[in-house]
Design a protein around this ligand. Structure first.
Ligand code: SAM
Length: 261
């Protein structure tokens, strides 16, 4: 018997109604190649395979691999790989004709670095559906000017359109997590919508702007940037970082990285 491991963020879904609801919400069809992050004991894998899709699962806990291979031995569309999703190169599974759809009830202990890793790999991905701690979903979907608006919000919304789908209570899992959960959909934006001249510079600017969120932009940026440029692009240095929209950050980053003649 496999015992749930805390260090791998293992909270297995056992509520059949919720499992079906998540499966339906993904909109996966037989034409898709789905990559499932953290299949665990196969609760979601089962509903994904029932759609007829090809499913490749990436699981870090090697003790779960024989369980999954036994459970789905008669499913030719199923492959499980032992691996760490944080380091995984998703381009190895996608083709230009069949970009991948990602699905996962993610390990909450690594959700933020995992999302940043997936944003870097977005060219190979057409759609993502994830279960996350509700607080993280709130941050992904946050509007400017709210408490949940953060670096994670700005970089996710720059690369993707996020949609909160529904909440999932702790009772749907075993063992039960101490937090509420939610399902979020992230759809990568087409390259033509990405207007930053230098995404590394954008990421640096957003990180620096949010370094102390209770301070003004002036205070956060003064050591690293030419503050005169804020006024040039019409941004008041006396405001707090969470007031700036994603477009404001892109506009400011482009202005700051433009070569001066
Ligand atoms: N999908 C299953 C379910 O819904 O019942 C399990 C979800 S559980 C919250 C998270 C799963 O991710 C576990 O199976 C865990 O072993 C796996 N996992 C943890 N860290 C991982 C990583 N870095 N890469 C891939 N899988 C990981």
């Amino acid at each position: 018997m496999h015992v749930a491991r805390k260090r791998f963020g293992q909270n297995f879904l056992h509520d059949a109604h919720i499992i079906q609801k998540i499966g339906q919400s993904t909109g996966v069809t037989a034409k898709d190649h789905v990559v499932e992050i953290g299949p665990g004991r196969g609760a979601l894998t089962d509903v994904l395979l029932a759609t007829g899709a090809r499913v490749t699962a990436i699981e870090l806990d090697r003790d779960l691999l024989p369980i999954l291979r036994t459970q789905f031995f008669n499913q030719p569309n199923f492959t499980v790989l032992e691996g760490d999703a944080l380091k995984f190169d998703f381009s190895t599974l996608a083709t230009p004709e069949t970009p991948i759809k990602l699905v996962g009830n993610l390990p909450y202990n690594i959700s933020t670095p995992l999302i940043f890793h997936l944003l870097e790999q977005r060219q190979h991905i057409i759609d993502m559906h994830f279960m996350l701690q509700k607080e993280v979903v709130d941050r992904l979907c946050a509007e400017p000017g709210t408490k949940a608006y953060s670096k994670l919000t700005v970089m996710t919304q720059y690369y993707c359109r996020p949609t909160w789908l529904f909440n999932v209570p702790p009772g749907a899992f075993s063992p039960q997590p101490k937090v509420d959960s939610a399902i979020v959909r992230l759809v990568p934006r087409p390259a033509a919508e990405l207007r930053a001249n230098d995404t590394a510079a954008l990421s640096r600017l957003v990180r620096t702007a949010f370094s102390q969120r209770r301070k003004t932009l002036r205070n956060n940026l003064k050591n690293d940037y030419d503050l005169g440029m804020l006024e040039v692009v019409g941004i008041d240095p006396g405001i707090r970082p969470e007031v700036l929209s994603v477009d404001d950050f892109v506009h400011l980053s482009n202005a700051l990285t433009e070569p001066t003649s």
